[in-house]
Design a protein around this ligand. Structure first.
Ligand code: NAD
Length: 297
């Protein structure tokens, strides 16, 4: 199957990165978002990230121009997907929203178009069930920041056809990524392993086993993790971590995934990590230095 036209639904953090890597690999991309301001901001981000690649000598100025020329934008789903051979949905992580988007793209996309989702935690099988082409629905889980991170977790729903998995694996390689195929169970692989580790780090803080910096330092220096689990949680967003832990807890019916009460409280208090300016650490736009939040000093 020849792939040329890719539609990306959602132009936020992940959508702009996914558009960037497809366009850079020579695909024609339409980036769709209901919010026109978000589309402009996505184009600005892609431009800035391409500039960084030019400065580092990863791509030439000419390749930057070609990449930008491959990206068009639209705020109307029906328009944005009508010629697509692959749609990658990267809209807000909300089950009702994703089900409604999949009903729409199933209606407007051509027959034979593969429908992929970048969801971190929602069941691929559940999303596929609202379409009339469950065998063409698959998870294509990119990591943040997309232009930098090599992994694509390729998630087979219960009904996903083998040929569709093979196409997505091949396509991920064409983007310069390393695909890993997994099956559709709560948290897939990445978050099933990562989130309990983050939760355990938060429990260690909650039970005063050690402070924020000590916990992160043990994991950085002892396990060679590039970032400690508490700082990583701040980067992912504590609300996102909480919602993924709830998916694991509900999906497996196992209390071992129950979110730490401290995590629940921090989300209730609006301390969501980098995006709110404070989580386990404090973040200021002016400085790249991070300091431990006063609450944990
Ligand atoms: P985000 O909030 O940055 O962006 C979501 C975008 O979706 C917004 O621009 C919003 O306007 C748009 N949107 C909402 N409803 C829409 C609709 N009906 N049609 C079109 N666009 C719509 O979110 P994000 O962090 O980019 O996450 C997107 C997806 O990627 C989620 O499923 C998330 O779980 C997953 N994901 C996120 C990360 C991460 O680190 N942020 C990593 C891997 C996977």
């Amino acid at each position: 199957m020849s792939m040329n036209n890719i539609s990306i639904i959602g132009a936020g953090t992940m959508g702009n990165g996914i558009a960037h890597v497809f366009a850079q690999a020579g695909f024609k991309v339409i980036l769709v978002d209901i919010n026109p301001l978000q589309l402009q901001s996505a184009l600005d981000t892609i431009n800035k990230n391409l500039d960084r690649q030019v400065t580092k000598g990863i791509i030439t100025e000419e390749q930057k121009k070609l990449t930008l020329a491959n990206i068009a934008v639209s705020s109307i789903i029906a328009e944005g997907v009508k010629n697509a051979q692959l749609i990658v949905e990267a809209a807000t992580e909300n089950i009702e929203l994703k089900l409604s988007i999949f009903e729409q793209i199933d209606t407007y996309a051509p027959t034979g178009c593969i429908l992929a989702t970048n969801t971190s935690s929602i069941s691929i099988t559940k999303i596929a069930a609202v379409t009339k082409r469950a065998d063409m629905v698959i998870g294509m889980h990119f990591m943040n920041p997309v232009p930098v991170m090599k992994l694509v977790e390729v998630i087979n729903g219960y009904s996903t056809k083998k040929e569709v998995t093979e196409i997505i694996i091949e396509l991920s390689k064409q983007l310069g990524k390393i695909p890993c195929a997994v099956n559709d169970y709560p948290g897939f692989i990445a978050n099933r392993i990562l989130m309990p580790m983050i939760n355990e780090a938060i429990y260690s803080l909650y039970e005063s086993v050690a402070g924020v910096e000590e916990i992160d330092t043990v994991m950085k220096l002892g396990m060679a993790h590039p970032m400690g689990p508490l700082q990583l949680a701040d980067f992912i967003g504590l609300d996102v971590c909480l919602s993924i832990l709830k998916v694991l807890q509900d999906g497996f019916g196992n209390p071992k995934y129950a979110p730490c009460p401290l995590l629940v409280n921090m989300v209730l208090a609006g301390k969501l990590g980098v995006k709110s300016g404070e989580g386990f650490y404090k973040y200021t736009a002016a400085s790249k230095e991070t300091t431990v939040s006063e609450r944990f000093r």
